[in-house]
Design a protein around this ligand. Structure first.
Ligand code: PMP
Length: 348
């Protein structure tokens, strides 16, 4: 009995979580299938989000970080792809919470909702208003905000995709062919990360994170129009920089050589969180150690995300709330109570 309980509590450390979300309902991981014609080409036009949920052990609460901002960006990506609105972000939002409860996670988690054209429609054929379907997976992903080390970066020889080619502000799977080339190339050349320039030779972003530099008491970062994803972490850091560190933020074009002479450089994104960059193209950034502003941002972001800074409570959505004391019970309730969510027409 005691052993069964332990197994339940440690469920999420299994190779995969018990449930994923597909096509309007919670599905046991092993039973989630799609028809073979749905794979490969369908993915070309799929859009997705990467979301983190943070576990607070003392509050026994799991909180999704910036859930509404992620839903807003998902709606933007769907609109850019001209997807039909048979699935709303209100539906996806609820499904994310239901999935987290169903898996009874008691640790930091990474959640990935993916919206794709249903019915195996080839992704390279122009489609208008075809219905979409949703797949959501969630997996344990411990925060690295307390890690001490920094990373090295090189300017990639691959340029960032442009808004008139494949819009970077759409979080579309296909864009990640550009992203995938970059870290592979960086590693071949002995760096941890690659930073891309745009066609004008200005700094854009890394493969899955944005770039911020600290120079003479200001935080500087390329604007959306440089060709970057509209990063939610970057926005959160702006708020922390302004409110907590009283540091001005400048969104403007950045030359690659500015990275070489910056006091600090950091990469930020949902999965990566905040990562100090200590060398760029083998130029030492600052003194070659993670800098004080980056360190402070790491600590502030972690405290805010874990629900330890009341001022930032609006950034968080509690997963368990009143269900908290009975996590396993909550999981069962979530599974039993799953509605086959009806098709909703109005986009959230
Ligand atoms: N740029 C790209 C290309 C990304 O994939 C990500 C990760 N989503 C980011 C930037 C950072 O965005 P966010 O802070 O919203 O995760």
């Amino acid at each position: 009995m005691a052993q069964a309980k332990t197994q339940q509590l440690t469920r999420s450390t299994q190779p995969h979580p018990e449930f994923l979300w597909h096509s309007g309902k919670l599905v046991p991981w092993e039973q989630a299938t799609v028809h073979v014609t749905s794979v490969v080409w369908t993915a070309v036009s799929a859009v997705f989000e990467g979301i983190r949920a943070y576990w607070n052990a003392s509050q026994q609460e799991l909180s999704v970080f910036q859930l509404d901002a992620h839903m807003k960006r998902l709606a933007q990506s769907m609109k850019l792809m001209r997807m039909a609105d048979n699935i709303t972000t209100a539906h996806v939002r609820q499904a994310v919470l239901d999935l987290l409860r169903a898996n009874a996670f008691r640790e930091d988690v990474y959640v990935q909702p993916l919206v794709y054209f249903a019915e195996g429609i080839p992704g390279y054929i122009g489609v208008l208003d075809r219905p979409v379907d949703v797949l959501i997976t969630a997996r344990p992903s411990p925060s690295t905000l307390e890690d001490e080390g920094g990373v090295t970066a090189g300017i990639s020889s691959w340029a960032r995709i442009a808004d008139n080619v494949m819009p970077p502000r759409a979080k579309a799977l296909a864009n990640y062919q550009n992203s995938r080339l970059v870290p592979t190339d960086a590693r071949v050349n002995g760096y941890d990360q690659g930073i891309m320039l745009n066609q004008a030779g200005k700094v854009t972003e890394a493969a899955s994170s944005c770039v911020v530099l600290i120079r003479d008491g200001a935080a500087i970062t390329p604007p959306w129009s440089a060709g970057i994803l509209e990063s939610i972490t970057r926005e959160a850091l702006f708020t922390l920089l302004r409110n907590e560190l009283r540091m001005p933020v400048q969104e403007r074009d950045v030359d690659r050589t500015e990275l070489y002479i910056a006091d600090e450089v950091l990469l930020c994104g949902t999965l990566m969180e905040v990562k100090p960059v200590v060398f760029v193209d083998k130029y030492t950034v600052g003194d070659g150690q993670p800098g004080p502003v980056t360190r402070k941002l790491q600590s502030l972001l972690l405290r805010a995300a874990r629900g330890e800074m009341p001022a930032y409570a609006p950034w968080l959505t509690a997963v368990y709330g009143a269900r908290r004391p009975a996590v396993n019970g909550a999981r069962r309730a979530a599974v039993n109570g799953t509605r086959k969510l009806a098709t909703v027409r109005a986009r959230a």
